[in-house]
Design a protein around this ligand. Structure first.
Ligand code: 5GP
Length: 177
């Protein structure tokens, strides 16, 4: 097992390149089946999902569109907590089959706050594809429709995911030692 250093912390290999790619092919096959005859719109959430989105998209053989957005959170006027807003979403979602592409669902907070905004546009369907899901960390009810791997509640880097901006270029996924 390889141990690497990213910035000032040590990480060990958790999911190999082959495991990730093989699981993505399985997810793509499922999506190809589920969305046959439709033309879904994938909305990939930057920055972390860029590699997963690209590899998933490459393995699709249905007609599909993709766009990339960023989420920004800020404190709302009320004391109810954070409000999540999106940057770069220009598509009209009305009547479309939408699939959100995330790198990791942790507490579920980000999507829990963001999904209502998308639903407001009345897509025909709205599903979530996430490469990783820390199920034990769930604080907000959220059930991804396509999950690559359920992982323990430990910090991970690589394959698009960063530690303080670094480590996104790694082909494998590493877990904090
Ligand atoms: P949530 O809102 O579900 O708690 O968190 C989702 C976001 O937190 C992810 O999109 C990701 O940016 C960040 N995140 C959560 N867990 C990890 C992790 O283990 N590693 C990295 N690099 N980011 C994480």
């Amino acid at each position: 097992m390889a141990v690497i250093t990213v910035k000032d912390k040590q990480f060990e290999t958790y999911l190999s390149d082959e495991m990730i790619q093989s699981r993505i092919r399985e997810l793509a096959a499922e999506i190809n089946r589920d969305y046959a005859g439709t033309k879904p719109l994938f909305i990939a959430i930057l920055n972390g999902s860029f590699m997963f989105a690209a590899d998933l998209f490459k393995n699709l053989d249905i007609e599909a569109e993709i766009c990339f957005i960023k989420l920004a959170s800020y404190k709302g006027m009320k004391s109810t907590g954070k409000v999540v807003t999106s940057i770069g979403l220009e598509e009209d979602l009305f009547g479309k089959d939408v699939i959100i592409v995330e790198d990791i669902v942790d507490t579920g907070k980000t999507l829990h706050h963001f999904l209502p905004k998308l639903k407001h546009q009345q897509p025909r369907s709205l599903k979530i594809a996430t490469l990783l899901h820390k199920k034990e960390a769930t604080q907000y009810p959220l059930h991804p429709d396509y999950t690559g791997f359920e992982i323990p509640n430990k910090f991970v880097v690589g394959y698009g995911l960063d530690y303080d901006g670094l480590g996104r270029n790694l082909k494998e996924i590493y877990q904090l030692v």
